[in-house]
Design a protein around this ligand. Sequence first.
Ligand code: DAH
Length: 340
Amino acid sequence: MLDQQLESLAASTRDRILAAATSDQLEAVRVEVLGRKGTLAEISKGMGKLTPDERKRIGQLLNAAKTNLEAALESRQKQFADAALNARLEAEWIDVTLPAPGPRPGSLHPLTQIQQELEDLFTSMGVAVLDGPEVESEYNNFDALNIPPDHPARDMQDTFWLADGNVLRTHTSPVQVRGMAKLGPPLLMIAPGRVFRNEEVDASHEHTFYQLEGMMVGRDVSIATMLYFMKLLLRHIFGREVTVRLRPGFFPFVEPGFELDIQCLICGGPGCPVCKHSGWVELMPCGLVHPNVLRMGGIDPDEWSGFAFGLGLTRLVMMRYGIDDIRHLQSGDLRFLRQF
Ligand code: DAH
């Protein structure tokens, strides 16, 4: 009787172990059959009524059934553990042979690019590249450049005055003053840099922009020297021959002063929207250095002469890339900057 009961219990339990879908179900089977109050324990309680021989035999069968079922439970439990481990490995698997995304290369700001390009060109021509402070004395920014105290350029409207009487330089021209003092004649220098104007910001005006000052002082520097130099510079900037013209222009630090125009590179002369149908584009002011400026720079104007020009780097970048709003340049907008 007990034999059969044991045998069918063992068989049905083995089936349930195999059929268990989760380790919880498996544990439930274990408690029910092998637990301290489980079916096997119940059976062994009934063994007291058996003869010693029977008890021994059934005891052995019971033990064997218990060992077998425990082994079956353990192996099923291991299957669950393995499956869980595999699922985890699958989920956490990474392909270590995939190439890394790599750093996104940065790029130089278009203004920096054009500045470096021009510095390279001028350096190759033996021109000194000078630097000046952005906070400049009133004297260097105005007086030494022959700008009288009542000149409108000194107006509060145009200039950022600092509490100590210095200014944020309104142009790179004060570096001419520093250059004359530092180098003495003859000299050939440029000074690229940031300048500031107290201006209402719109599509074509910024309070902060970039210029490149140039100055040459020598024995017989003339307008012809200046034009030769300018054409060389422009040929490099635009990568081709450009036609220029000079119009009179007034700046206190040059005499005569000019506005240098280039023939429109878009239409080549007949007129188009870019040159406002004039065929010419105003590019940079320039002129022969005023004798007062040379004198204040410690240079004898009877012995030496010179030319100077102020190239608007910001404007040049806008022309080169067809940028129609100056505010893009200092916006820090990566969508804009990544185009260069
Ligand atoms: N400093 C002038 C400005 O910012 C530009 C300029 C004009 C510079 C004539 C020069 C020059 O060197 O000769 O408006």
